[in-house]
Ligand binder design. Structure first.
Ligand code: PTJ
Length: 269
């Protein structure tokens, strides 16, 4: 049976998680998601499990800081890779509309086929201009060893803020060294990307992106001074400490309930 033929019963306790997984497999078949993207998703799922598969209060505060950063930026860019396109293409385009950000494809496993497939998907959901495709990715960031070094001179190269969902650490580090603000979406608060980013949203991209769009819409008409206050009250170090501590306390709470049997874990994913 083809994966696309699989029917996930809505009563399945993990239906949503399975649907997301299927979406990734489908987009792996369309060439959008890299093989390694499937493993990356599994890693994310494990951390989401520890978080209880819910957006935390702390993540909501961080999303507010991320929205304020995008809205106060001069040249914000949303960097899109295979997993981000598969899971959040529509909201990437909406976020670009709300914040005036440009959209650039930037891939670790770059191939022209993948670039074109991702561009097409973004255009299908409303993107008017997609940077970083083909010869347009003509600039290089020397500090990055991978294919991610190839960037668009109208996009990431000149950006002051870059949103980098589901990233590998090297580029995030290089972008921060270039004095760009990096907003990461990463379920793993311990990952190198999470640790080096300016703002790390520790949440599933599937939940974080709609929240980010909604928050940006709400903050869009706020005075710049209010946005600056949100930013000056934000500390990514504190944010990451709170994310780790949330997991720690949640697990301790579960362990304190006694043996981790199906019954004692009731209400958890
Ligand atoms: O499309 P490409 O060629 O650019 O390749 C993209 C991948 C994802 C393969 C590449 O960037 C990669 O290898 O990433 P890593 O180093 O595996 O890191 C991915 C990070 O994203 C990990 O820290 C995961 O925990 C996290 N992650 C995975 N799925 C999600 C997630 N974070 C938020 N939401 C998710 N759904």
């Amino acid at each position: 049976m083809k994966e696309t033929d699989t029917k996930i019963p809505s009563t399945h306790p993990r239906a949503e998680s399975l649907r997301i997984r299927e979406k990734l497999v489908r987009h792996y078949r369309t060439g959008i998601v890299a093989e390694a993207g499937l493993f990356a998703h599994g890693r994310g799922e494990a951390f989401d499990y520890l978080l209880g598969e819910k957006t935390t209060e702390n993540a909501l505060k961080t999303i507010k800081a991320a929205a304020a950063t995008l809205l106060t930026a001069e040249h914000p860019v949303i960097s899109v890779n295979g997993n981000a396109a598969a899971l959040a293409a529509e909201n990437m385009v909406k976020l670009a509309e709300v914040t005036g950000a440009r959209i650039e494809i930037n891939l670790f496993y770059r191939s022209s086929e993948r670039e074109i497939a991702i561009k097409r998907l973004l255009e299908e959901v409303g993107a008017r201009r997609v940077l970083g495709v083909g010869n347009a990715a003509s600039a290089q960031i020397a500090e990055i060893g991978s294919e991610r070094r190839r960037v668009d001179p109208e996009g990431i190269l000149v950006a002051d803020v870059v949103l980098v969902p589901l990233e590998d650490g090297d580029r995030a580090e290089a972008l921060v060294k270039m004095r760009k603000k990096v907003i990461a979406i990463d379920l793993n608060p311990l990952s190198r990307t999470a640790q080096v980013a300016t703002i790390t949203i520790v949440d599933n991209i599937v939940r974080a992106m709609p929240n980010l769009v909604e928050t940006a819409e709400k903050l869009k008409n706020e005075r710049p001074s209010r946005l600056r206050t949100i930013l000056s009250n934000f500390s990514n170090e504190k944010n990451l400490r709170e994310a780790i501590s949330f997991i720690n306390q949640r697990l301790s709470g579960l362990a304190d309930k006694g043996t981790c049997t199906a019954a004692s874990l009731k209400g958890t994913p």
